[in-house]
Structures are given as structure tokens and as C-alpha cells.
Design a protein around this ligand. Structure first.
Ligand code: HEC
Length: 129
């Protein structure tokens, strides 16, 4: 497989792979729990978005460790510049199609009505604090 890799490097390389996996696992697990009276959109936000964007939309230190910069979704001025259609497409198809590859696509996990719910939820984020 790796003809150029000296044998003595195999063990450190394997340990490195394990450490990186452990770090990613630790950074993303467990997802924060939503409040007991959470709406459907809020539950979806906690399940799919909060691990990167933080409970209040401002991003979490965990993803900063992995050099992911998710921006601030509770910044009203910034969010006002983004249309509902853009937010919908961005969440459904991921950031890659908009030149922002850090953001994964959720079209496989969430139905269109669920994504529309989420867009409304994002609009209300600053008010939720
Ligand atoms: C794996 C981490 C991760 C997850 C999970 C995640 N995002 Fe993101 N998101 C990002 C990153 C990174 C960016 C910033 C991309 C950039 O600017 O390059 C971003 C950006 C955004 C933006 C701003 C788009 C813009 O143009 O400024 C919105 C809105 C957004 N995410 C919504 C969501 C929603 C809703 C969910 C849950 C369904 C979610 N994200 C889940 C990482 C994530």
C-alpha cells in the first residue's frame, strides 16, 4: 500500500491516526441536549447544528480546536444579509457549492419542511438568548 513508508514509521503513523480520530470524536460527542420543551426546529438544531455552531449560534470552542470557524449565526446584521432561499440551499446542499466548504450538507438528514423550520429558527436565534 505505502511502499515508500519505512517500517518503523508504521506504529507512530497508526497511533497518529488513532489520536486524530479520538480528538474528532471528543470534539463532536456528545451533542448538547435541547431543553425539554424544545420545538421541533430547536431539537433539530441541537441534534445537527449545535456541535459546530454552539447552542446560541456563536460557535463552540470544540470546533475552534479543529480549526473550524463556523461564524456567528446570532449576529443579526450578518444574518439579515442572507436570504431565506440562500439559507435553505446552504443548509440543504452544504457550503461547498457556495465556496464555504467547512459547512456540511444536510439534505440527506433533514426533509425540506424541517430545513424551512430551521431557517425560521435561525432568524429567531438572537431572541432566544
Ligand atoms: C461540522 C460543523 C458544522 C455543522 C454540524 C453545521 N455547520 Fe453550519 N457552518 C459550519 C462552518 C465551518 C461554517 C462557515 C463556512 C465558511 O464561512 O466557510 C458554517 C456556516 C453556516 C451558516 C452561514 C452561511 C453564510 O453564508 O454565512 C449557516 C446559516 C449555517 N452554517 C447553518 C447551519 C445549520 C442550520 C446547521 C444544522 C443543520 C449547521 N450549520 C451545521 C460548520 C458546521
Amino acid at each position: 500500500m505505502f511502499p515508500m513508508l519505512p517500517r518503523w514509521l508504521l506504529v507512530p503513523a497508526a497511533i497518529g491516526v488513532i489520536l486524530v480520530n479520538a480528538a474528532v470524536f471528543a470534539a463532536f460527542w456528545p451533542p448538547p441536549a435541547p431543553p425539554p420543551n424544545a420545538s421541533r426546529a430547536q431539537r433539530a438544531y441541537f441534534a445537527y447544528c449545535a456541535r459546530c455552531h454552539g447552542v446560541e449560534g456563536q460557535g463552540t470552542w470544540r470546533v475552534t480546536l479543529l480549526l473550524i470557524r463556523p461564524g456567528d449565526l446570532s449576529d443579526t446584521r450578518r444574518m439579515q444579509g442572507l436570504s431565506d432561499q440562500y439559507l435553505f440551499d446552504f443548509i440543504k446542499n452544504g457550503g461547498a457549492s457556495f465556496g464555504k466548504p467547512g459547512m456540511p450538507a444536510f439534505g440527506f438528514y433533514l426533509s425540506d419542511p424541517e430545513i424551512q423550520d430551521l431557517v425560521r429558527f435561525l432568524r429567531a436565534l438572537p431572541a432566544n438568548q
